[in-house]
Write a protein that binds this ligand. Sequence first.
Ligand SMILES: NC(=O)c1ccc[n+]([C@@H]2O[C@H](COP(=O)([O-])OP(=O)(O)OC[C@H]3O[C@@H](n4cnc5c(N)ncnc54)[C@H](O)[C@@H]3O)[C@@H](O)[C@H]2O)c1
Ligand SMILES: [Zn+2]
Ligand SMILES: [Zn+2]
Length: 361
Amino acid sequence: MPQTVKGVIARAKGAEVELVDIVVPDPGPGEAVVKIDACGVCHTDLHYREGGIGDNFPYLLGHEAAGVVESVGAGVTDVAPGDFVILNWRAVCGQCRACRRGRPWYCFDTHNAEQKMTLDDGTELSPALGIGAFAGKTLVHAGQCTKVEPGVPASVAGLLGCGVMAGLGAAINTGGVGRGDTVAVIGCGGVGAAAIAGAHLAGARRIIAVDIDARKLDKANELGATHTVNGAREDVVEMVKALTDGFGADVVIDAVGRPETWKQAFYARDLAGTVVLVGVPTPEMKVEVPLIDVFGHGGSLKSSWYGDCLPSRDFPMLVDLYLQGRLPLDAFVTETIAIGDVEAAFDKMHSGDVLRSVVVL
Ligand SMILES: NC(=O)c1ccc[n+]([C@@H]2O[C@H](COP(=O)([O-])OP(=O)(O)OC[C@H]3O[C@@H](n4cnc5c(N)ncnc54)[C@H](O)[C@@H]3O)[C@@H](O)[C@H]2O)c1
Ligand SMILES: [Zn+2]
Ligand SMILES: [Zn+2]
């Protein structure tokens, strides 16, 4: 029987979000219904509400979630009712050209549920990133459920489903940060702060946090930054160079995603260094740099989609590190909120008051 639960939707571009009844169908072949325990508020939810990602309103928001599998459809063998899972938006297909090249973390044809959740009048919902987890329950493809140790609080586990994974992975997977490297991270919100924690975990010897908000720099220090630069007052490129013996950092991560921050990243890295763009730019943004500087600096200019993660490989590993006290994921949860408070959480995101607000159900 389809079930009716509460869910947070964005009905139209720019309109405030609404808490409404949504209808969740029984899982079909390959699908699962998950009871949501917690779901973080990510900047991408706000991008959806503002129409920055698509025009398929109404959107069912929320995509950084953990919960318990309630029921599964025909043919599902990897997860079963009662499993504690983190939801992912990279259910790898195994068949596309990226998967066939042995690079499944780029999978170009990830799975989502085929059936649609709806409003009670039958209007089909577009779940954010194929998840839609600001809701009592959600319908996903079973491959979007990654089983992890149940010892981790859901409010913390859910963060690995998006922003924190994107940041950790930008450092560890995309940037390839290793022991002894110097790293700079521009923008220390949820994603950038996670990149700092990732660089720390990987053994970077110098980790320079850059933000224009001093509160974010304090948090960055807690998570392993060895130096901070206030981009509102200091010359970022000069400061990063001064802190790396005049050369620049081995890996610079842009967790803002604007032309000026990407250029800072480009010029603040050492020769043959790596730039990682993990912040998401908007379509009108452009950068202009002399081609000779691209050649002359060498190294690599990379983008990081979802931290180049493989959920089945990375989520259980990161949960284990958390349970051993080696990954301070609790530090990312600034506040837990009720499902009716998502709009207020967007305001706090704008004013820079929080790293993550997490809806607890
Ligand atoms: N690539 C991916 O897979 C992926 C996944 C999740 C989120 N994201 C993106 O990552 C970005 C960051 O997300 P978030 O949740 O951390 O956002 P956030 O709003 O919490 O953090 C952004 C931070 O950047 C700082 N900032 C803004 N302008 C700056 C500047 N000029 N110089 C230095 N710092 C500056 C802000 O003070 C803030 O601390 C967003 O664009 C988001 O959409 C990407
Ligand atoms: Zn694939
Ligand atoms: Zn997200």
